[in-house]
Design a protein around this ligand. Structure first.
Ligand SMILES: *Cc1c(COP(=O)(O)O)cnc(C)c1O
Length: 356
């Protein structure tokens, strides 16, 4: 008896999501918020955590947290909410509810790699439609043709997109919503860094849902994402969700953090200001293309064959970024840099300016 006799072939063909060891390094690889909380706030948070009854199961509906999320993010009152242990878990819940032979998940490439991994592990067919290689915009004709051909059960569009950093044009997304036979998920993981959102459009299309996470905003360690949309869909997804998927410490911490949401707004504004500075400085490096970003990271293309050298050079100087050179043919020579504190960004620029 061998595992390979039993594990599904599509699982055996997958590679586990690799996360490099970042101990001791300036960490500019994972779109985290670099700013810690003020000491006073940490103390107040610890007081809140002391009240949590760890001997009890968490509130399965996360009622108080839901009220805080609704108020903070202005979720339309007639729309339902579903929480996940990170938005990754929400992708998994959707895929589990929709998977059956012949059903597919469609998204764009290069895009967020978890859509494909989760589709395949849940038994959904996967369709990746290329973005336009010059500017990573949606290729409307190719998308509409693929939708017509595959009739996907669900379409995922991250807007802004990871790893390309750009927003998609509103009229392209409208065309997708009109053509989609099934569900359309707009993944707004990078909402803190842009003013564009599809939350106000909820209810105008019966197949539109919007997914958010608190990870990129500054709470990646909490593991909390949410889906907002029509109850027709969310009521069914809720049956797939494990009853206690949002633990008590996360619920209490999220309520506390959202009471101090202005801190995260201010941190996002600082990150956006650094995004402008870093973009300008990177653009002056010879032979480098910097792609416009509506996120907390910057995608750039180095001169030919330099991406790995730059990545390793930074690594030796104690700075970890993400090389996308091998990730997708459209990302040849590409690096993704998460925006750090001003000091971290200056350290990064110093290395790049000497080695380029
Ligand atoms: C980071 C990211 C997520 C995952 O967020 P978690 O809530 O941390 O699981 C989802 N979608 C996109 C596009 C992301 O970049």
């Amino acid at each position: 008896m061998a595992a390979s006799d039993w594990i599904r072939p599509e699982i055996q063909a997958l590679h586990a999501y690799a996360i490099p060891d970042a101990r001791g390094l300036i960490k500019l690889d994972a779109m985290e918020n670099p700013y810690p909380w003020p000491e006073q706030l940490k103390t107040a948070w610890a007081d809140v955590l002391q009240q949590v009854a760890l001997n009890r199961y968490p509130d399965p509906q996360a009622t108080d947290m839901a009220a805080a999320v609704r108020a903070t993010f202005a979720i339309p009152a007639d729309q339902s909410l579903l929480f996940g242990n990170g938005s990754d878990e929400i992708i998994q819940i959707i895929a589990q509810a929709l998977a059956r032979p012949g059903h597919s998940l469609l998204t764009v490439e290069p895009g967020f790699v978890m859509y494909r991994m989760i589709a395949l592990s849940c038994g959904l067919e996967y369709v990746g439609v290329p973005l336009r290689p010059d500017n990573f915009a949606l290729d409307r004709a190719a998308l509409l043709a693929a939708i017509k051909q595959h009739q996907p059960a669900v379409i995922f569009l991250a807007c802004p997109n990871n790893p390309t950093g750009n927003l998609f044009a509103a009229d392209d997304i409208a065309a997708v919503l009109a053509a989609a036979p099934g569900l359309v998920v707009i993944d707004e993981a990078y909402a803190p860094f842009t003013t564009t959102s599809y939350l106000p459009q909820l209810g105008q299309h019966d197949n539109l849902v919007v997914m958010r996470t608190v990870s990129k905003m500054g709470l990646a360690g909490l593991r909390l994402g949410f889906l907002a949309g029509p109850s027709d869909w969310l009521h069914e997804f809720d049956k797939v969700r494990l009853p206690y998927n949002i633990n008590s410490l996360t619920q209490a911490s999220a309520i506390f953090a959202l009471q101090h949401h202005d801190i995260f707004t201010a941190q996002a504004a600082q990150i956006c200001a650094e995004r402008t500075r870093l973009t300008q400085a990177l653009t002056t490096l010879p032979g480098v293309t910097v792609y416009p970003s509506a996120t907390n990271f910057i995608l750039l293309r180095t001169p030919p064959q330099q991406a790995e050298t730059w990545f390793q050079g930074l690594r030796h100087q104690g700075i970890l970024i993400k090389s996308l050179h091998q990730a997708h043919p459209a990302l040849r020579d590409c690096l993704r840099i998460t925006i750090g504190t001003p000091e971290e960004n200056t350290a990064l620029l110093r290395v790049l300016q000497t080695q380029s």
